[in-house]
Design a protein around this ligand. Sequence first.
Ligand code: 4AD
Ligand code: MG
Length: 472
Amino acid sequence: MLETKKLPRMKVVDARRQESIGKTVRICGWVRTRRDSKGGFSFLEINDGSTIKNIQVLADSALPNYASEILTLGIGGSVEVVGDIVPSPGAGQATEIKAATVRIFGTADATQYPLQKKGTSFEFLRSIAHLRPRTNTFGAVARVRNEICRSIHHFYQSRGFLYVHTPIITASDCEGAGEMFRVTTLDLMNLPRKDETGSAIDFEKDFFGKATNLTVSGQLEGECFATALTDIYTFGPTFRAENSNTTRHLAEFWMIEPEMAFCDLEGNMDIAEEFLKTLFSDVLNNCSQDMEFFAERIDSTVIETLSAIVKSKFVRLSYTEAIKILESSGERFEFPVSWGIDLQSEHERYLTEKKFKCPVILTDYPADIKAFYMRLSDDGRTVRAMDVLVPKIGEIIGGSQREERLDILESRMKAQQLNPADYWWYLDLRRYGTVPHAGFGLGLERTVQFVTGMGNIRDVIPFPRTPGSADF
Ligand code: 4AD
Ligand code: MG
């Protein structure tokens, strides 16, 4: 065994390449299946997560541990195989490994191991989220998610955007929606009170000397850097305590938030559109086998949908125009449509799936339903907001041009019951050398969901956090 350690370990993805034929290699991984032939040998299908495809290992009965160990191997067992890569006569693979040694790290008792060969439901797999990365689907999701993250950084880095780390613990509520998780070290059984009557909690006694929460967005801090360094992006976890038990909401999710100085809403839309198309084409080009798997097993339309979007031009239309379309659509919506309503997912889906059959960028929403920081238009009742909507998911990006005028920003805050004094530092960006600027937030999980066709957002993040559930 010792001498095998000298061989560098080769990934299964590389061992499967035609160019590897003739090499002596060492691979490590987990058994997916074992088939025994009457001819006195066994086939092991091994996977190490580097590709959706397995490598076939031919284990001859002449191997010293054939009867004692190899014939006990089943799904989930972990092995190291040293051998020569030879052309494979079997269909669907160019190569296989003729094993010189098979060393077993660990077996997995078939009567106990929950991942047996039969297809298991995604719901069941959520209850064993520690083991689901070993399945084809979750391996493919992890690789596609990784590719999207690589592509995100490459997209911004290649355009000179700086990656800025914004805080996870904050004292402000960027979206003003109050959907925040409290961060505290106060003793919940014995809360300090402000006065004898004991009504208000005294957060001055808390760890940070004030009430703090997990961030819902890195945007406000991102703006501090954009108004100094011009083009920045953040990419980190965000937290929302909204009690939404849907297939598109998580309590903890990842968001990418570019922020651009000297940029208006049109520039913002251009970047958002180019950004999404780049992510989609990178996944199509760099994860083709995983995408074929999703097309075969999850949603037969994913590849054609993404390919069409990459070549398409997104529809851009105002909220007001969208309302008119919805009102005259003849559709029966659960939530009735009128100017001023917050669009529901059924409305967004009608626009993207039935009316335009492509991504739609909706702009210029009513000021009353959007956050305080969005730039007020001359009509006094709409803001320069933009939401990018895609089929099946609905909103994938939310963004806006920002209000750069101090007085208007202050009055918008007051109108939304926010105290401008709490945001003094954010207002300083307008007080000193203010500039037009804009940005948006892309939800990473909704992106992975859209690209893979996975039906539930809980299945595109390693360990989902949702109301009533924070396991693992
Ligand atoms: O539209 P949102 O709330 O926008 C912001 O947070 C802005 N501060 C962004 C900015 O302008 N810099 O969220 C942005 C995106 C949504 O379009 C959606 O894709 C995703 O974040 N998102 C969620 N994803 C999963 N679960 C949730 N609960 C989400 N809430 C928002
Ligand atoms: Mg939004």
